[in-house]
Write a protein that binds this ligand. Structure first.
Ligand code: IPE
Ligand code: IPE
Ligand code: MG
Length: 246
């Protein structure tokens, strides 16, 4: 029998001085995970919520600064209505449930994404719940919800264009400052589960120099060991940013 990977052993291998500041996660494979078990897709989504908890716990232990979870894309409206409604309901329920623990851990929750197609009452509620964490100063958890990287850039350009003074001062910084992630560092590492090798419209602008890590593990199976494995892989990378090694 293969030796079970020991979480503590992996943790010791990690170089604490070279951790990413910001990790973006494309949580993929919930549907396939459920299908393997002959269960409805929503069962996979519910199980996936447990993986979020594990990742957040380890991020707090390691003292990471920013996590961004891709929870619902602007393209996910193309799914069957019952799955979409199930996802919206699940997100709200989980968020409400996790608030006491999030506050205990000093975690700030922010939504990044569009209001388009979402009911005002629903939006108001999730933003009010997230605001319960607003005074926290520890880990920042972005929930990319109704998020699309292209839409984010379009919205940023519209905002800039509405301000005539800014029109002849457009540069990379101004665009970054008008994205939903304004003020946050770009992700150093993007993790995608379920083996798909694509960004699916996630953090397009911000991930210009992110290291990309793809694992075959389906999201509901992703745990602390899986995150440590990704971090160890990240620490082996040579981040050149277009330069050459001295
Ligand atoms: C990711 O799992 C969750 C969301 C996109 C909301 P999927 O639902 O995409 O799972 P697969 O890709 O069909 O297995
Ligand atoms: C990306 O996963 C979106 C989220 C994880 C929220 P998808 O499953 O929607 O992406 P595609 O359709 O495989 O590109
Ligand atoms: Mg998918």
């Amino acid at each position: 029998m293969a030796k079970k990977v020991d979480y503590k052993e992996l943790l010791q291998e990690l170089d604490m001085s070279r951790l990413p500041r910001h990790i973006g996660i494309i949580m993929d494979g919930n549907g396939r995970w459920a299908k393997e078990r002959k269960r409805p897709r929503l069962y996979g989504h519910r199980e996936g919520a447990k993986s979020i908890r594990q990742v957040v716990e380890l991020a707090v232990e390691l003292g990471l600064e920013y996590l961004t979870f891709y929870a619902f894309s602007t393209e996910n409206w193309n799914r069957p209505e019952d799955e979409v409604q199930g996802l919206l309901k699940l997100l709200k329920e989980r968020l409400i449930k996790e608030i006491p623990e999030l506050n205990k851990q000093n975690i700030l929750v922010r939504f990044i994404g569009s209001d388009l197609n979402l009911e005002p009452g629903y939006l108001k509620e999730i933003h009010e719940v997230a605001a319960l964490t607003r005074d926290n100063t520890g880990l920042v958890v972005n929930i990319a919800f109704n998020y699309g990287g292209r839409l984010e850039i379009v919205e940023a350009i519209k905002r800039i264009a509405a301000n005539p003074e800014e029109l002849n001062q457009i540069d990379e910084q101004l665009i970054s400052d008008n994205l939903w992630t304004a003020g946050q560092p770009d992700p150093d590492l993007i993790i995608r589960t379920s083996g798909e090798s694509r960004l699916s419209n996630f953090l397009l602008w911000q991930s210009a120099y992110a290291e990309i890590y793809i694992t075959a593990t389906l999201w509901p199976d992703f745990d602390k060991v899986a995150l440590l494995t990704a971090l160890l892989d990240y620490q082996k990378r040579d981040r050149r940013f277009g330069g050459v090694k001295q």
